[in-house]
Design a binder for this molecule. Structure first.
Ligand SMILES: Nc1ncnc2c1ncn2[C@@H]1O[C@H](COP(=O)(O)OP(=O)(O)O)[C@@H](O)[C@H]1O
Ligand SMILES: [Mg+2]
Length: 224
């Protein structure tokens, strides 16, 4: 069996707000295997986004560790974190975070350009991924000229363009209507199956949970 794409062990995280200390995560373990889709649920404020931040190496836990593709994210240098994120991970957010001045093709190609891949190769790969999300006819469109669902599909294409081991998605369908939410979610699942990409998906849309392999619920800072 191949090794997990993502391992989190004993993650603890507290925030101080004035005199108050909030223990958001109190020992969270999570393992994601290749091609596995894990949903993270829990009420608002239960620490879902905090968990994803730690998994992405955007913040360090107070204790515990995160390994991505067997490499240690926790405590790594900024350069190592950036490399692990760019090479091994993809990201989808609730807001699409596409760059408004760039076309769908250029947005989707961005992770490869940041990696130093030449423009022609990056565009070719981005075009293929945009076609796989049904946007082959929208390559030159800027985000403003796309619908909400289309923007989110460009964001999915951008997350997958670099052939990551694992994609972290924080409420990726949170801003979409029912039909678009289902379409984008189904698309992420199909691509995850086709490419063997692991997914950690924060969602509070219970209707989508039948499409994941495992559901993890955060309650009182722990996995229930
Ligand atoms: N940078 C921060 N500073 C202080 N408190 C924070 C910070 N980030 C998150 N929190 C607190 O941590 C708790 C969990 O937040 P979050 O992870 O965003 O929850 P969720 O995504 O599940 O809604 C909340 O009480 C929030 O106020
Ligand atoms: Mg959140």
């Amino acid at each position: 069996m191949s090794e997990p794409v993502l391992i989190a062990r004993g993650l603890c995280k507290s925030f101080s707000q004035g005199p108050d200390r909030v223990d958001v995560l109190r020992g969270v373990d999570l393992t994601v295997n290749p091609g596995e889709r894990v949903a993270v649920i829990g009420r608002s404020g239960s620490g879902k986004s905090t968990l994803l931040h730690l998994l992405a190496g955007l913040d360090d836990p107070d204790s515990g560790e995160v390994l991505v593709g067997g490499e240690r994210m926790t405590g790594a240098s900024p350069a190592t974190r950036a490399r692990l994120r760019n090479r091994l991970m993809g990201f989808v957010y609730q807001m699409h975070h596409l760059l408004p001045e760039f076309s769908a093709l250029e947005n989707a190609a961005m992770p490869l350009r940041l990696r130093g891949v030449d423009a022609a190769t990056a565009r070719e790969r981005a075009r293929a991924v945009l076609e796989s999300v049904g946007l082959g006819e929208r390559l030159a469109h800027r985000p403003m000229a796309l619908s909400g669902g289309e923007r989110q599909r460009v964001a999915v294409a951008r997350a997958l363009v670099g052939a990551p081991l694992v994609v972290l998605a924080d409420e990726p369908t949170g801003n979409l209507d029912r039909d678009n939410a289902e379409q984008v979610f189904r698309l992420m699942c199909e691509l995850s199956d086709a490419e063997g990409v692991g997914f950690v998906i924060v969602t509070h849309d219970e209707g989508l949970l039948d499409q994941v392999h495992r559901v993890v619920k955060l309650v009182d800072g722990r996995v229930q």
